[in-house]
Design a protein around this ligand. Structure first.
Ligand code: AP5
Ligand code: ZN
Length: 218
């Protein structure tokens, strides 16, 4: 499958991406993860530095920089097991660039899994998220707590809160989503590629719903 995961911040795209990749054997590309990994660079270029500053505030990174970054990883789009894009595209301009990129490779998207959840639950998922400072495993203080508070089950390192999970940054991210990303649902619906999946319930229940949508569509 060649898929895009669409949905507001904190809806559970990263969690579903992990489960879907495991069941479908696809390659996973998260633009947010790539930018966060780049934040460790000692001397980031001015363009990367301004992208990381925008991220901290909860704003979107510029389309040009994001598209270049995806183009540099276009090998992932040619992966024979298919791919799963998480957090990209996020604007209509990015979606058009992706369609062009795929056209150039002679392939097309199979579908766009679009997740949605009421705002109060989104805020709860974001504010309760904790991430391992070393291996980046994702937890939630109540829904997916580690065995020992504040410590990663997998590598024993400290869990931290993402900088953009602070209340002010969450507000900015939700606004960016409403303004720039929600219109993408229409973009994909017009070409019959949108698969809507409610994101309530356990990660496993949502995975099952997602797989059912994919099966019905194919
Ligand atoms: P990105 O990293 O893409 O963040 P996001 O879209 O805001 O999404 P999140 O990672 O916050 O949430 P998620 O939906 O993956 O949820 P998760 O599974 O972690 O982007 C970050 C920033 O990078 C952007 O703001 C922007 O600046 C920049 N950027 C990235 N891509 C860009 C692009 N294409 N264009 C421009 N800028 C870009 O789950 C959240 C929490 O809920 C976790 O604690 C989890 O354990 C818990 N949880 C998950 N599922 C469930 C469930 N079913 N029940 C209960 N809890 C659950
Ligand atoms: Zn860890």
């Amino acid at each position: 499958f060649r898929l895009v995961l669409l949905g507001p911040p904190g809806v559970g795209k990263g969690t579903q991406a992990e489960l879907l990749c495991h069941s479908l054997g696809t390659c996973h590309l998260s633009t947010g993860d790539v930018f966060r990994a780049a934040s460790c660079q000692h001397e980031p270029s001015p363009a990367l530095k301004s992208a990381l500053d925008a991220m901290k505030r909860g704003e979107l990174v510029s389309d040009g920089l994001v598209v270049t970054m995806v183009e540099e990883r276009s090998g992932c789009l040619a992966c024979c097991g298919g791919f799963l894009l998480d957090g990209f595209p996020r604007t209509v301009a990015q979606a058009e660039a992706l369609d062009e990129l795929l056209q150039g490779q002679g392939v097309a998207l199979d579908g766009v899994l679009s997740y949605d959840l009421p705002l109060a639950e989104i805020v709860d998922r974001l504010s309760g998220r904790r991430t391992c400072s070393k291996c980046k495993a994702v937890y939630h203080v109540t829904a997916r707590p580690p065995h020992k508070e504040g410590i990663c089950d997998l590598c024993g390192n400290a869990l931290i809160q993402r900088e953009d999970d602070r209340p002010e940054a969450i507000r900015v991210r939700m606004q960016a989503y409403e303004e720039s990303t929600r219109p993408l649902a229409d973009y994909y619906a017009r070409t019959d590629r949108l698969l809507s999946v409610p994101a309530e319930g356990s990660p496993e229940a949502i995975l099952e719903r997602s797989l059912r949508e994919l099966q019905e569509q194919s």
